[in-house]
Design a protein. Structure first.
Length: 573
């Protein structure tokens, strides 16, 4: 009966570990978006976001009602801006952006495009939004006059270029937008104002619909996410996945920044005021048809975020969620990196990542070998607890094996007695036997301590490898050309499964009892189960696990050498 209980416990623990592992390793699922300050909400049927804040003071000189001359271009024109880190293509129709490609990141078509393209739906981004849907549509269609001028270096800021957009319909609507680009900077200064019959109307920058950087040639990880809304209000970051955001809503508060993100990149607006507004709605778009998967493309809903531009203006960030870059830019931008949804895990992931960066920058400039060295360092740190737990587990196995004849005799004594009193007496005699022999029957459970200690690190490595843009497209060697996506040939998952199987085999004690043999066979299924899970995991994570298994095999060999002496001592006892 005791062996049956141990068998059931082993199976239950395996299922529990599998279930917890799958829950922890699932694609990031953000908590429900928290709106810190209530505000106005759009009326039914309204398709444009509704503001929640009071009217700001004018950003530039007041234009009187008498200034009604038509100011507009005769035709649409594109404007290209290249500041070294990105190449933006703007259009004078609506003073919007048609393209925003990062020079330092690549895709099959060239520089990495930040703004998604759709078969049907908005083909422009960063539009000007007001609280009147008809007025917003008119601004979107307007042909702005454009003025460009060089901007000199100033107060530590590099030189750059200023682009002014201006439009007036001659009937009272006047719109101005000014963008300042600095050489080598991902930040763009934004000033804008909308006037109707001389009255200043609150305006916002539109982000979306959706946000998704173009993929690498090898595709995306199965854990990839995009079009996720996020904002930082008073230092606290809230985010929600595409499809989980309410149909529409708005709030006003101490917004430090707000925008949309995908796994590695983000588009954010940083209002230059202590109080700003954020509103959102859903935009219907039709995705482009994937040539590899021909078929009809159906319309989908993607979030559209509108972030208020106060009288002091705002800054726009379109770029990678690189920890070093965002930390240098300030404004809490480094919090845009999603280390974990669980607060207790965030510092683990963060410092694992900082340690990995240190190894990459100071020791070896290859992310794969940096992961290998980081794994070795972690294994060395965990060596004492691993050694204690593994020896304790081995000792318990040997002691229990030595007691098997007495345990069988005790069970045989009560085989024909099925009443509760007899069972209680058998259990009491069993515990007396363990006590007299100095054996702790639960001592083997300490062998789970290495897994418990490594589990947060394993999850930390997973989170780190799935959010670190530094590892996007980072090769190791040979067939592993991108550590952030799965091994295309499943070589590392197979190696990981084989080493895990061998390590578990080394840890087992030779037994003759049929029940113990059956228990060991069931436990040997664990490597296969984890191997199947690893098929879709990033190659960098599987690499960590594989190297960790190799080191575990070495440590298990040391434990077995120690246990051989222990076994000899037990036989003499």
């Amino acid at each position: 009966m005791e062996m049956e209980k141990r068998l059931i416990l082993a199976v239950a623990l395996s299922v529990l570990i599998y279930a917890v592992f799958m829950w922890m390793m699932a694609p990031p699922a953000a908590p429900p978006l928290q709106v810190p300050v209530s505000g106005g909400r759009p009326e039914a049927g309204t398709t444009e976001p509704v503001p929640a804040s009071a009217e700001p003071e004018p950003a530039v000189a007041v234009v009187g009602p008498e200034a009604t001359a038509v100011v507009a271009a005769s035709a649409e024109q594109s404007l290209e801006v290249d500041n070294g880190v990105f190449r933006a293509v703007l259009t004078n129709r609506g003073a919007q952006a048609k393209s925003w490609a990062l020079s330092e990141f690549r895709s099959p078509a060239g520089p990495l495009e930040m703004f998604p393209s759709y078969a049907e739906g908005p083909g422009r981004h960063l539009g000007i939004d007001v609280d009147d849907a008809a007025l917003s549509r008119e601004i979107e269609r307007a042909l702005f006059q454009v003025d460009r001028e060089a901007v000199p270096a100033d107060e530590g800021l590099p030189a750059g270029e200023r682009i002014r957009f201006q439009y007036s319909d001659g009937r009272g609507l006047e719109v101005r937008r000014e963008l300042v680009f600095r050489d080598g900077s991902y930040l763009v200064d934004v000033q804008q104002e909308v006037r109707e019959n001389g009255r200043l109307r609150p305006s916002r920058v539109l982000l979306g619909p959706g946000f998704s950087a173009s993929a690498l040639g090898g595709g995306r990880s199965s854990y990839y996410y995009d079009s996720q809304a996020l904002w930082n209000v008073g230092g606290g970051v809230s985010r929600t996945a595409a499809g989980k955001l309410d149909t529409s809503g708005s709030f006003a508060g101490p917004v430090r920044w707000a925008g949309l993100e995908d796994q590695y990149f983000a588009v954010l607006v940083l209002p230059a005021a202590a109080h700003a507004e954020v509103a959102w709605t859903q935009g219907a778009v039709t995705p482009l048809v994937d040539p590899a998967k021909p078929g009809e493309s159906k319309p989908i809903e993607r979030p559209v975020l509108a972030v208020g531009v106060p009288d002091r203006g705002a800054r726009l960030f379109v770029g990678p969620k690189s920890y070093g870059l965002l930390r240098e830019l300030g404004s809490d931008l480094d919090k845009a990196i999603w280390f974990s949804s669980m607060e207790w895990l965030q510092p683990i992931v963060k410092y694992l990542f900082l340690g990995l960066i240190w190894i990459h920058d100071r020791v070896i400039p290859n992310w794969g070998w940096a992961i290998v060295l980081a794994t070795v360092a972690l294994r060395v740190c965990l060596f004492p607890v691993n050694q204690y737990s593994m020896i304790s587990m081995k000792k318990t196995q040997l002691q229990m094996q030595k007691l098997q004849p007495k345990v069988k005799a005790l069970r045989a004594k009560y085989t024909k007695k099925k009443d509760a009193q007899a069972r209680a007496k058998m259990n009491q005699e069993m515990m007396d036997l363990y006590r007299s022999e100095g054996v702790n029957p639960m001592g083997g459970l300490t062998g789970c301590l290495p897994l418990v200690a490594q589990f947060p690190i394993l999850i930390g490595f997973y989170n780190m490898l799935t959010v670190a843009v530094e590892l996007r497209g980072a090769p190791f060697f040979g067939w592993i050309r991108d550590l952030s996506v799965q091994d295309p040939y499943w070589i590392t998952p197979i190696l990981m499964t084989g080493t895990m199987f061998f390590q578990q085999k080394l840890a087992m004690t030779k037994v003759k009892d049929p029940q113990q043999l059956q228990q060991q066979r069931i436990m040997m299924f664990m490597p296969v189960m984890f191997g199947v899970i690893c098929l879709q995991m990033p190659a960098g994570l599987v690499l960590y696990w594989f190297v960790n298994n190799l080191l575990g095999i070495g440590q298990q060999w040391l434990v077995n050498r120690h246990s051989s002496r222990l076994e000899a001592a037990l036989e003499k006892a």
